[in-house]
Each structure stands twice: as C-alpha cells, then as structure tokens.
Design a protein around this ligand. Sequence first.
Ligand SMILES: Cc1ncc(COP(=O)(O)O)c(C=O)c1O
Length: 439
Amino acid sequence: MGELSVSRRGLLGGLTATAALGALSACDADPVMEVPKPTPGPLDPGDWDSVRRQFLLDTAKAQFAAFVFASPPAGVRAAIARHREGLDQDTVGYLHAQEENARQRLHLAAGKYLGGSGDHVYFTDSTTMGLGLLYGGIALRPGDEVLTTEHDFYSTHESLRLRAARDGVTVRKVRLFADPATASADQIVQTLAKSLTPATRVVAVTWVHSSTGLRMPIRAIADALATHNRDLAPDRRALLCVDGVHGFGAVDASAVDLGCDFLVSGCHKWLFGPRGTGLVWGRPEAWARFRPAIPTFEQAGFANWLGFDPALPAPSASPGGYHNFEHLWAVEQAFDFHAALTRSRVAQRTTELSTRLKEGLAGIDGVTVITPRSAELSAGLVCCELKSMSPAAAVSALAAKDIITSTTPYNPSYLRFGTSIVTNEAEVDRALAAVREIS
Ligand SMILES: Cc1ncc(COP(=O)(O)O)c(C=O)c1O
C-alpha cells in the first residue's frame, strides 16, 4: 500500500463503535456466557484416546455422523471462548487488538495445511457458500460449458443451475461409473477426459462423494486436464474445481498435491473446526479468472474505494462484513490440531477404521457395501444397503443402540457411516454387531 493508505482498523472502528453502543443497551441484562468445561488432560497426539478426549462428544454413543457438523476439540473451543469473551467485553477494542494478527495467523495456518501461500485462501461460512460464490464468480461467456457429474452434491448442482439460469452457460452432467463398488480410477479419468469439449471451461467435481463414499482420483484428473489444456490460451483452459469437504481433514493430500485449480471446503466437517466456517483455495492463475460478488473488508478494498490507492483487492480477498469472528479466527486452532496429529496419521487412522468397517459389513448377510473397498478410491465415508430395511429405518434402529449414523441425501439413499479420529476400533465392532442384529 502507498503512503496515503487508509487504516482498515480505523475505518471499521468507527462503524463498529456505533453498532456496539446500540448493542450494549439491548444486552445489558444478558447473563455472562459460560466458558466450556476444560478438557480432561492435555493432547497427546500419539494416543488416539487422548485425541478423543479433546472432544465433548457423548462417548456413550458411537459417533459415526460426527463429520456432518463438527464438534470441535478443546483447543478450538478454548480459542472460540477466548475470542467470544474478548468481543463480548469490549467489541471494538478487542477487534482492533486482534483482527489484523488473527487474520494473518489464520491465513498462515491455512497456507501450511493447504500448501502454497495462505494469500490464496478466501474464507466463507460453509462449503455451500464457497461453491455458490465460486460457480457464480468464475468468468464465463455464453456458450462456455461447465462439465460436472451425476455424482456431485446438491450444492454443486444448484450453484451451477443458478449460474446457467443467470447467464446462459451450458452445464453438462456425465455419469462416470454405474457401480461405485466396482469403479476404477482409470475408467473414471478416461470417462471424464472423453467428455471434455473445446467449450469446456470448468470441470466441477467432488473429492469424496457423499452419496457413496467413493473418493475421486483428483490428481489423475488434474493430469488429464493438463494434457487437454496444454495448447489452450489461459482464459480458455478448463479449470478443475473440487468440492473437497469429505476429503479435507480426512485424506493425506494438500490442495497443491491434488493439482486442482480451486478447492472448496467447509472447515466444520472432517477438519473439526468451528461451526459456520469454510474456505475456497485457488491457484493464483485460477483466481485471476474469478470475479468476486461480495466486497472485501480488506485494506485494499477500502483504500481503492476512498481513492487512496488505485490497486484493486485481489480476487482471493475474503468476503467482507462483520463475521462471527470468534469462530472464523479459531479455524487457526483447527489447523494447529491437525498439524499436531499430522495429516498422514489422521488419514491412516480414518482409513484403518473405514476398512475394518467395510470388511465387517461385507461379511454380514443382507448387507451390500456400496463404497469401494480399495483405500485409494475411498476415505472415511462408508455407505451400505440393508435388505431388511430402509436407510432411514436403519439409522433409527442403530440410534436405539447408541450407534449414530446418517442417511445419504440422494436418490438412491444409503445408510452412511463416517469413521474418523473421534471413533475407534471398539465402536466399529459395536456398530458391526448392531448391524448384524438389525439385518
Ligand atoms: C459433498 C458435500 N458438499 C457440501 C456439503 C455441504 O457442506 P456445508 O454444510 O459446509 O455447506 C455436503 C453436506 O453437507 C456434502 O456432502
């Protein structure tokens, strides 16, 4: 920034002070928020029991749906509580004292986890918000095509439908395999590569399908796309955009390792970050093709608006406005938690448990495992079908035995388990015994 740069803090401080005064009178009578209970024992990253003790999850229940909406570990809860108290006690003062540093630390931690620079990350409230903003904001001309698949989640399909309705881009959905249990990485990559046309500008896929638990070979897809893009001008290349939410915090690959152009995720599923947080990571060349819809509150935005500095903010500058900062800033501690455990050990643990579960389920009469058995084509999601009852009935029957599962919100719908760092071998075995009984 040049000499005439405006202080973001100064600007926002004035606005916040007014809002805080109004809020004070309305909240005078509110009781002081209780800080969450301290966790029993410090974290020993090498001990999975110690890891599980960091969570307030009810251990009387086997938590195979914890990935749906995270319960954060002690370090994250403590950070949320600290920021919340600070903001509650002196909103503007705390905001001024913390904001710049907290944001920088957050971007740094995100950069370490995702690979590359933390400047290439844009924070959101959820995967869905990230997908909506991304697919609404990629520069596309009428006639340009987005290639997606039949296996993606509602949030991808709807974001693309809204985009197509708005400005006439074509969205084409392909089916990559008939049966996930027998699908192969080669077949998936070849089918997708054959579906590319000269008009394809975006390939919209999902890292781990929440419909079946199949993990897509993203790196191999990125390599196939690189071949397709080789002789194309930068603005005509097909960008690989990935809804990564069920791999992020569960699979041992950074965004850079995956080779995609954009990775969109919530931080409130497998990362076990604060609820209501998410991100979009993009390569710098990919962000250059993005047009933001929400003004950023970062310094460059205000400086440009006030005429102090003609440089526009980077497209990767996070959406502005006042946020639930106690949650946003505490995403840093979620990255720290995973750094302490290490991504490879988290992934290994997730896979060991899901393999044990899949193998057990496959041996039960009347159960069909839908998720690929191979660790390369799966992660922590395990989907299956019971001959004896519907997925919803199975979820209820298992809940009655303190086994918490979910159904997949797709047609067809399946019974779904998520093995993660908050589940263990004994719970997998309990789940298998319970499925045996109900089926
Ligand atoms: C593949 C996939 N993407 C996105 C979402 C939505 O995530 P969020 O709640 O972070 O928007 C889900 C399920 O909740 C999902 O299964």
